[in-house]
Design a protein around this ligand. Structure first.
Ligand code: NAD
Ligand code: GLY
Length: 371
């Protein structure tokens, strides 16, 4: 299945019937009053952010929301993947209860994927559901996590294992926020952009290869196209399979291995995008060893991921640990680990694989000195 052709406008719609919503993409969106009009009405807004993003963007967001909401509350969470947990979720819920927020209260997630996932989950469960808006400020969040309604916190035994499908009312992706993003985080976002090529859009894969240096240099038009095209592909997938009955799992290309790295090393040691980048090399290798793709595909993916300044070698972990970690994955069925594989450029599928083959795949791509 090939993704639909690109659309030149700067808004992407997620078509989900009466829960449809827009993703606004562009420069200057936080300071544009039009970004914030037409959202659900309420007396109270609660902005959830963290201690890194708050000093950068919180006051500007508050200023915009002041003309729409009589009371603006804020919760500033500690930064980091290790805080995508029950304690942070509880801080949000506790604040909502402490200020007697009613069921019309609108939550705003200002930050990267961690803030978006926690805020979305809080919105899903507070009084059985209140509206929320995603204001993604990392490349990863703009191209993936803010879109599509997956919300979650991590459990020490498994990533994103506690959560809900719950769609935002709008996504406002201001490309200017990427100016302050550390380089390592920009690369992490690139992993999720790269993913869309081999699973759904061969011309986009070639475009990324041609424009990678421009993205790394934060060229605004390259970033705008990368964010837009990524959101279009995600919208196309989510529009067909919101709750991951089948197709949506292709968005997890590289994630089975990547989540094992993140959980195995402790949340925050490797960034999510770093795990996904390395995980895509392993998943490409698995696709080749299952006879679905030529070896040259593994080289092509590894070259691109390395150029994106992402790790291509897995960390050393005993194979039993890898397998135990990968057994705690939402895609698994009947105890079998299921991997997203590439079955032809632009086409992804799901397969199981013998443990011995998985062990070979990991061994080939693990740092020699650390094995
Ligand atoms: P993150 O939220 O931890 O943000 C990365 C870092 O950048 C943090 O330190 C953050 O404080 C900082 N930051 C954010 N915006 C900034 C800015 N504009 N300038 C400077 N610093 C800024 O990580 P992430 O990569 O955005 O998201 C990763 C998370 O997203 C993971 O938990 C992953 O599981 C989740 N995720 C969810 C989905 C989904 O569909 N819900 C999809 C992909 C990933
Ligand atoms: N990031 C995977 C998904 O949204 O399904």
């Amino acid at each position: 299945m090939t993704a639909p052709a690109p659309d030149p406008s700067s808004t992407v719609a997620i078509e989900l019937g009466d829960r449809r919503y827009d993703i606004l993409i562009g420069s200057g969106l936080i300071d544009a009053s039009s970004s914030w009009s037409g959202l659900p009405r309420s007396s109270t807004a609660l902005i959830v952010t963290n201690d890194v993003v708050a000093p950068l963007y919180l006051e500007r967001l508050k200023r915009q929301l002041e003309s729409h909401y009589a009371r603006i509350e804020t919760v500033v969470l500690p930064d980091g993947e290790q805080h995508k947990d029950w304690a942070s979720l509880d801080m949000v819920i506790d604040h909502l209860l402490a200020v007697a927020a009613d069921r019309k209260t609108v939550l705003f997630a200002l930050g990267g994927g961690v803030i978006g996932d926690i805020t979305g989950f809080a919105a899903a469960i507070y009084m059985r559901g209140v509206p929320f808006v995603q204001v993604p400020t990392t490349l990863l969040a703009q191209v993936d996590s803010s879109v599509g309604g997956k919300t979650a916190i991590n459990h020490p035994r498994g990533k994103n294992m506690v959560g809900a499908f719950y769609q935002p009312a709008r996504v406002i992706a201001d490309l200017d926020t990427l100016d302050s993003l550390p380089e390592r985080e920009l690369s992490a976002g690139l992993a999720e952009i790269i993913k869309y090529g081999p699973i759904a859009d061969v011309p986009f894969l070639a475009w990324i290869e041609d424009n990678l240096d421009a993205i790394l240099a934060r060229d605004k038009s390259a970033l705008a196209y990368a964010v837009k095209r990524s959101c279009e592909i995600k919208a196309w997938v989510v529009g067909q399979d919101e709750r991951e009955a089948g197709l949506r799992a292709i968005l997890n290309f590289g994630h089975t291995f990547g989540h094992a790295i993140e959980t195995g090393l402790g949340y925050g040691a490797w960034l999510h995008g770093e795990g996904v980048g390395c995980g895509m090399v392993l998943a490409a290798e698995l696709s080749a060893r299952l006879g679905l793709m030529p070896a040259s595909f593994v080289d092509r993916m590894a070259r691109l991921i390395e150029r994106a300044r992402l790790p291509v070698k897995a960390p050393a972990m005993p194979i039993d640990r890898w397998l135990d970690l990968m057994r705690v994955d939402k895609k698994n069925e009947g105890g079998e680990i299921r991997f997203v594989v590439i079955e032809g450029l632009g086409k992804a599928g799901m397969r199981g694989a013998p443990d011995a083959l998985v062990a070979e795949v990991i061994a080939v791509h693990t740092e020699a000195e650390s094995r």
